[in-house]
Design a protein around this ligand. Structure first.
Ligand SMILES: Cc1cc2nc3c(=O)[nH]c(=O)nc-3n(C[C@H](O)[C@H](O)[C@H](O)COP(=O)(O)OP(=O)(O)OC[C@H]3O[C@@H](n4cnc5c(N)ncnc54)[C@H](O)[C@@H]3O)c2cc1C
Length: 316
């Protein structure tokens, strides 16, 4: 029986939904899923992880709950060796991008980020390249294998199991010079864009920062996240974390709404795999209009307030 490690991410004490697609991908004959939870309350996570087939939960304690990626990576690498895990899957999320390369370096293992498919039997993955223009199939060789998976590419399927719970204390790290001085959030309470099922994004058409409130108002009713084009970010209207595209976040939601966005190649590179694309634009000849499922030709400053009213009414 092969042990496959899952690097589990929690937000506000809850296991993020994006982990379930990862667990679904990892399941297979003669495999046992081992969830690695670092410095979080893993007991709370047990029930949900069991629902997706996790057979072991390793509750890793580093003795330091503040964010120190070097210490956490060392703890995960040590747990992988302790529990005979040769393959580890994590999310291609902000924390995954910090931890997975470090773990790969410690284990001298190959690492592929942003995988859209993973075949754990032959260690072969698919990942998009050149702004999504090509898909690369990469075969890995080595003793350990580290994969960063793109969120939302696999539909999560339940497969209930009973998990064994193991505490693992790690004190083999001397400190990396990291010190967390302050933690800030954007205050929106939104999910990380790549893990959202519904995204409503704004571009130059929004004209100024304050007008993004129109998008946040609609997003609230749809449990959606708010994204942006690079123009909106470069103008300082919204933070970089909200940028969708070639040089921003790559998203794969069920619904993507592009509001006042023309649909440049670089923007498309980040959202073209959305299951449904809806555009709102004054220009019926904008590139986005020819590359979407539904569009509304009109002024977003008239359409969004009406949309918000309709969404609010639909909720009650
Ligand atoms: C190397 C490189 C990397 C890049 N990476 C990215 C990236 O990651 N993400 C990204 O987004 N861009 C990226 N860009 C920039 C990209 O080329 C475009 O400049 C950018 O996407 C355009 O943003 P936009 O659609 O908001 O603005 P515009 O192209 O100016 O489009 C604005 C749209 O708003 C519409 N509009 C205006 N007023 C209204 C209104 N009142 N109601 C409704 N519609 C209205 C207009 O008709 C127009 O279609 C990159 C560029 C380069 C060179």
């Amino acid at each position: 029986m092969k042990s496959i490690g899952l690097l589990i991410e929690l937000k506000d004490g809850q296991v993020k939904e994006a982990n379930f697609g990862m667990a679904t991908t990892a399941r297979g004959e003669n495999r046992q899923l081992v969830a690695l939870v670092v410095d979080e309350s893993a007991t709370d996570a047990q029930t949900v992880l069991e629902a997706y087939g996790v057979a072991r939960i390793v509750n890793i304690r580093t003795g330091n709950r503040s964010w120190d990626p070097a210490r956490r990576a060392a703890a995960v690498a040590a747990a992988m060796q302790e529990f005979g895990i040769d393959s580890l899957i994590g999310l291609t999320s902000p924390s995954g991008r910090e931890l997975l390369p470090r773990i790969a370096a410690l284990l001298d293992a190959p690492l592929i980020m942003d995988c859209t498919e993973i075949d754990l039997d032959v260690h072969r993955v698919k990942t998009s390249q050149y702004s999504g223009k090509t898909v690369a199939t990469i075969a890995l060789t080595g003793g350990h294998f580290i994969y960063g998976m793109r969120a939302n590419v696999v539909t999560p399927l339940k497969a209930p199991a009973t998990a064994e719970f193991i505490d693992f204390s790690f004190d083999g790290y001397q400190g990396s010079g990291y010190e967390v001085i302050e933690t800030r959030t954007d205050g929106s309470g939104s999910k990380y864009l790549a893990e959202s099922d519904i995204i409503i994004s704004g571009g130059r058409g929004l004209k100024r920062a304050e007008n993004f409130k129109l998008l946040f108002d609609c997003a609230r009713h749809m449990n959606a996240s708010v994204g942006a084009s690079r123009v909106a970010v470069d103008n300082g209207w919204v933070p970089y974390a909200m940028q969708v595209g070639q040089t921003g976040v790559k998203v794969n939601p069920k619904v993507y709404m592009a509001v006042g966005i023309s649909g440049s190649i670089q923007h498309f590179a980040g959202m073209k795999t959305a299951k449904m694309i809806i555009a709102i634009n004054t220009d019926e000849n904008a590139a986005i209009m020819a590359n979407c499922d539904y569009f509304a030709v009109g002024d977003l400053f008239e359409i969004l307030p009406e949309l918000e009213k309709a969404l609010a009414a639909a909720r009650h």
